[in-house]
Write a protein that binds this ligand. Structure first.
Ligand code: SF4
Length: 357
């Protein structure tokens, strides 16, 4: 058993992992190999989708995205509205905006090809350290092991490092850099990804199937359920808002386009108040009503995580008879609009409780 960075044989462990990966690696649509190379465009799009979304949810969305825009050139011609529409339901829409911007930059400044090294990739919108490392190692064979939360967990367990250790980050970084695989860096990155996803899971890791259990400190010390453990980070904050659901005599719902916002920018939404740390009182709503009407509190609400905080949206409802020219949209055609899933869920809730007999 190895207890320090110095006496751990990363080369040997990498070799075992690669052998395991050759037999047990996951067959994912973005991993298709053409002339012994992975498609950098596929790797980039899949990595962006996987940033906040599970593999199972990403697979059909990736296939549909690639069917629509099979290469960067075609993607660079797409409008932001088209990309947002395709992105519906995946959440974290900043990713769609960044893909739109990055595709244009790559097409205009890099001749339609992704730059090949992690430092150049990092300069592109929406590509941080991990994504740059993943794309560079998988698509361009840069000898680097990128660290996301899953790979971090695997590394922490192998070395027995607790998350609340003050030097956690630097120890993990040092340990990751000891895995320099010259011949198959991308395969090693994917092997770590697959180990984290299939065996070294957050809860109940399947260590008896693990090819490297012999080298794993957490396994040998029987502390896998304690590593990496909890960080000292604070609990998520909560934000409150009120969404306004107005329906007219033609069965159309009032929507608006969201502008200059970090979240859902450019997408359609139900009109709503700004988000606040405090619960909204009825008196404070008057100035945000999007149209005159007999507004009522539905007592319904949407709760869920959103971009690092917990969101709670209460829902006000009114029926109106109006000729006012605003953005009215037919309820039956909602699927055609780039509407974040938060608002789709709210519309479903109101439909079920107020509009169906
Ligand atoms: S032995 Fe268990 S804890 Fe250690 S790397 Fe393998 S699956 Fe993870």
């Amino acid at each position: 058993m190895n207890n320090s960075l110095e006496d751990f044989d990363s080369k040997k462990v990498a070799k075992i992992l690669l052998k395991w990966f050759d037999k047990k690696g996951r067959n994912l649509p973005w991993r298709k190999v053409l002339k012994s190379k992975k498609n950098p465009y596929y790797v980039w799009i899949s990595e962006i989708m996987l940033q906040q979304t599970t593999v199972n949810a990403v697979i059909p969305r990736f296939k549909s995205f690639i069917r629509r825009w099979p290469n960067i050139k075609k993607l660079s011609l797409a409008s932001i509205d088209e990309i947002l529409h395709e992105w519906q339901g995946l959440g974290y829409y900043t990713r769609a905006h960044n893909i739109h911007r990055t595709a244009k930059i790559i097409n205009n400044d890099f001749g339609g090809k992704l730059p090949k090294d992690s430092s150049s990739l990092k300069k592109l919108p929406g590509i941080g350290d991990y994504t740059a490392g993943a794309v560079a190692s998988i698509a361009f064979l840069e000898p680097i092991l990128p660290i996301d939360v899953n790979i971090q967990r695997v590394l922490a367990r192998i070395k027995g490092i607790y998350l609340n250790d003050k030097k956690f980050k630097s120890m993990i970084r040092d340990f990751a850099s000891s895995f320099v695989e010259i011949n198959r860096p991308g395969d090693l990155t994917e092997a770590f990804m697959d180990l984290g996803a299939t065996l070294c899971k957050l809860n109940n890791p399947k260590c008896s199937y693990c090819p490297i259990s012999k080298y794993c400190i957490s396994f040998n010390k029987k502390i896998t359920n304690k590593i990496p453990g909890k960080s000292m980070s604070k609990a998520r904050s909560r934000k409150y808002g009120v969404a306004f659901f107005a329906i007219n005599q033609r069965g159309e719902v009032l929507l608006r386009k969201r502008k200059n916002q970090n979240i859902f920018n450019g997408m359609m939404e139900l009109p709503m108040t700004p988000l606040s740390e405090k619960v909204w009182t009825p008196d404070s709503l008057t100035k945000y009503y999007p149209i005159k009407g007999n507004w009522n509190d539905t007592k319904l609400s949407y709760k869920g995580p959103l971009s690092g905080f917990e969101l709670k949206l209460s829902i006000q409802f009114t029926r109106v008879i109006t000729r006012e020219k605003k953005h009215w949209f037919s309820l039956s055609e909602m699927d055609n609009y780039a509407l974040p899933s938060v608002f789709k869920k709210i519309i479903d809730l109101v439909e079920k409780n107020f509009l169906k007999n």
